[in-house]
Design a protein around this ligand. Structure first.
Ligand code: HEC
Length: 125
């Protein structure tokens, strides 16, 4: 029994020591509140986000699988940004179809970026 005590103690100290360091470093590297909403543009931010989440595979010009909702052009995105259905669907709010259909919800930073772009007047930039 005595033989076991020392290795167990050492392991405990090591676990506590390293888990402590691990979280300290992670917090510095990836601050939880970091969502950069500066320099958001339609072409460099919004269109790539819609592409990344697979929205375009259903809502692209040649895809009839998106209920005739076109999101691969500025004009198309603008329509749904203005009528509130874009934010309603990506926030998966009650009364809207939750998007992306069949996929997991967009991360909160990307939702914030889309919302911020809409709030800044839906610029075509
Ligand atoms: C697998 C195909 C598919 C994918 C992927 C998809 N959609 Fe849809 N989406 C649809 C279909 C079909 C409809 C129309 C029927 C409905 O409302 O459920 C729709 C409806 C919508 C609507 C209207 C919602 C409403 O309640 O009026 C919006 C806005 C929309 N999609 C945006 C998106 C966005 C943004 C993404 C990516 C994050 C996305 N969709 C991904 C198929 C898809």
């Amino acid at each position: 029994m005595k033989k076991l005590l020392l290795p167990v103690l050492i392991s405990l100290v090591l676990i506590i020591f390293f888990s402590g360091c691990y979280y300290d470093i992670e917090d510095k590297l990836y601050p939880k509140s970091a969502c950069d909403t500066s320099n958001i543009t339609y072409s460099k931010t919004i269109a790539p986000i819609l592409q990344n989440y697979g929205c375009i595979s259903c809502h692209g010009g040649n895809a009839a699988s998106g209920g005739n909702i076109i999101l691969d052009t500025y004009a198309g995105v603008k329509t749904y940004a203005q009528n509130g259905r874009l934010t309603g669907s990506i926030n998966q709010s009650a009364g809207y179809s939750a998007m992306p259909l069949g996929g997991s919800k967009m991360n909160s930073c990307d939702i914030t970026k889309v919302t911020s772009w809409i709030n800044s007047g839906i610029p075509n930039n």
